[in-house]
Design a protein around this ligand. Structure first.
Ligand SMILES: C[S@@+](CC[C@H](N)C(=O)[O-])C[C@H]1O[C@@H](n2cnc3c(N)ncnc32)[C@H](O)[C@@H]1O
Length: 318
């Protein structure tokens, strides 16, 4: 099979201390998702425990990053990469392989030096300390900044953005574990960059919303979940809409997910991010790309034309 895209080196290593606990009752992870048993065989620092789908995310992000950096550096001069939910920089999958996470993969990429600055934001002080050590170990502290910030607190994110290269064209990757980043945060980031920002969002419809959609719509004891999704969409009345209630009453889970994605897509559209693509990752979630520029979408389509094993992919839309 012809391999079109660039191979991404994430420094994969066997980690013999990993005991595949993810599916068992006893898990060795702390509140930050860090493994309490395994340390990295590369630098002896903690690693984040992740599912196998992490590979696809890193692959597509890096393919796009390389095209973005090469394609836009000449035109824009100043480029900035921002990652909300950066993690500690290395992760370990349940098959006992550890590798660079998204943040370290970006910092170590050969095109990193085309950026004016990269900001890695996470709400955990411990995670940020670990990532800072890793950034230091690869000698990139001048342009890579690990910063504590909470996506529920827009001011903390905007303050971080304003510190470094505010005039740049920004690529912002938002990588949470569920649908809990308020739409207000996405809006604030877009406005703080004065619209010069392409967004890539890990959109957890499959692993989060799809499972809970009916209960969140109809069951009063799920009101906190409903409030989370309403915040995520930035639309308080989403769950009282006729078509949503009817779909929930008929247990039409797929329709509910489709309407949820469609609504989010419309919200991005209204911001000015009308060029969008939904890349499905193993039916668990989507990588949602959104740009105000058709050129950005062309880059994304090029970056995701082939999957990590070199098969051609097709985009079937929302
Ligand atoms: C999926 S992990 C990130 C993985 C990383 N991007 C990677 O691929 O290597 C999610 C991260 O979000 C962070 N996080 C959770 N809630 C947050 C919040 N409210 N604000 C900012 N970061 C948060 C967690 O500490 C965790 O490190």
């Amino acid at each position: 099979m012809k391999r079109f895209n660039t191979t991404i080196d994430t420094d994969v290593r066997d980690n013999a201390d990993c005991d595949r606990c993810r599916n068992s009752e006893v898990r060795h992870t702390d509140a930050d998702g860090l493994c309490t048993k395994v340390k990295s065989v590369v630098d002896s620092l903690p690693v984040r425990c992740v599912g196998g789908w992490a590979n696809d995310k890193i692959y597509y992000l890096l393919q796009y990053f390389q095209i973005f950096a090469k394609g836009m550096a000449k035109k824009w001069g100043k480029l900035r990469y921002v990652e909300i939910c950066s993690g500690p920089g290395r992760c370990c999958t349940r098959n006992c392989k550890e590798q660079d996470g998204t943040a370290l993969s970006i910092v170590k990429n050969e095109h990193f030096d085309l950026l004016s600055d990269a900001l890695f934001i996470d709400y955990s002080t411990n995670v940020i300390d670990i990532l800072s050590k890793r950034i230091e170990s690869v000698g990139k502290t001048a342009h890579a900044h690990a910063i504590v910030g909470d996506y529920n607190d827009q001011t903390s994110i905007i303050r971080a953005l304003e510190q470094f290269s505010p005039e740049s064209l920004t690529l912002c990757f938002i990588d949470p574990t569920d649908c809990s980043v308020p739409f207000e945060t996405v809006r604030s980031i877009f406005q703080a960059t004065r619209g010069r920002c392409d967004m890539l969002i890990s959109f957890f419809d499959g692993l989060d919303f799809h499972r809970n959609a009916v209960n969140a719509t109809l069951n009063k004891s799920f009101s906190r979940l409903q409030a989370k999704y309403a915040r995520f969409l930035g639309t308080p009345d989403f769950f009282t809409r006729k078509e949503i209630v009817e779909a929930a009453q008929a247990n039409r889970y797929s329709d509910l997910s489709m309407l949820f994605r469609q609504h989010y897509s419309d919200k991005l559209n209204a911001l000015g991010l009308q060029y969008q693509s939904w890349k499905s990752v193993k039916n668990f979630y989507h990588l949602l790309y959104a740009s105000s520029s058709s050129r950005g979408l062309d880059f994304w389509n090029k970056a995701t034309k082939y999957d990590p094993v070199g098969q051609q992919e097709f985009d079937f839309g929302v």
